[in-house]
Design a protein around this ligand. Sequence first.
Ligand code: AMP
Length: 426
Amino acid sequence: MSFESLNLNPAILQALTTAGYEQPTPVQVKAIPEARAGHDLMVSAPTGTGKTAVFVLTALQRLAQPSAKSGRGPRVLVLTPTRELALQVTSAVDKYCRFMRHMRTGTVLGGMPYPKQRRLLEQPLDILVATPGRLIDFIDQGRVDFSRLEMLVLDEADRMLDMGFIEPVKRIAGATPAARQTLLFSATLDGGIAKLAQQLLREPRLIQIAAPRARHENIEQRLHYVDDGGHKRRLLDHLLRDTGLGQAIVFTATKRGADRLAEALFDDGHEAAALHGNMNQNQRNRTLARVRNGSVRVLVATDVAARGIDVLSITHVINYDLPKVAEDYVHRIGRTGRAGAMGIAISFATPEDARQLKQIERFTGRGIEAHVVPGMEPKLRARSDFSRDGRGSSRGQNGNQGRVNGAATRWSSRRDGGRKAGRVFS
Ligand code: AMP
């Protein structure tokens, strides 16, 4: 199946080619034709399956035709539970509509100043991406014109339900025309979601994509707090000497960093090589061939270079530098645990990484368990300002008695009040 056979507008097809997409993912194959036929949809597809493109492409296809109604309000509304997801959806819209003319997208989010968003709502809009709470504020102020709204998308509806947005979502839906098309995406489609769908959707088509790998259930995720670059190097060297490690991809933030680290590891006796965007295709292919034939055990890579690497023997992914974008974390760790195998994903986090770490944990919806290697404890201590399950747990690495601290994201030095926070690990 190709994107061409989905009969999409040429400008959309051009954007997909530019994005490097070769063919639609399973959820896109199943859901886009149904959505394009105008049906309401209930889709269970976790993040990483390409679900965003299902509704964005369907929306853009609609928007390629002028509205039959006058007015300036949005023709498509996407509701998301979090700001992060709203921003991701907005950037997906930008990516897929880049060759379409006059596409106007706006984002209305909580936690941001009102005036700019107010002005945005006064402008003509095609797609509005919003979190429910802030949008309700604007609806209550009479600032949103839904008279020409054609499509409502509820993204990650299960999370909206969990976060207590169910009433705002219902109210927002109630403010839109009844003749709209509604697309609901959720990890689960039972219980509260089924009830919500009954109220808001009309004879929805049900599409379920089982994607346990996309949720990384077969990948053990670990976190190591580190003090600085030197600490990272020592810890990495230790981890790479583990005989349980078959082959690893080590991610760095920069191409230079990948080169330097690969050289340093090679000098230390590891079979290491770098892979990054400054290498030409031949060089990249040669390196990948050496990974596949086992002569490279440690591939040091940047995000872009590592996209799409599908090597079944990768047992470990190590985030030497945390990714800047939370979504890249999911792409990175997905390089291990291929074809149902178990994989281990280890992330290093310095005190400066606290925000990024928090974003990753929010994005994946779970805290990453912290581990320590005895003798390589961080000098700085981590403490948690929240814990998702409210419990501490302790599980060590390789049977060592490392302490685990669910979602520790703030640091304090040994001298200050780390103890005050309760959950201190050392
Ligand atoms: P999502 O599940 O919507 O969060 O998408 C996960 C990732 O897959 C995003 O980085 C998309 O850019 C990418 N993606 C979506 N559709 C395709 C496709 N057909 N081919 C390749 N990548 C895709």
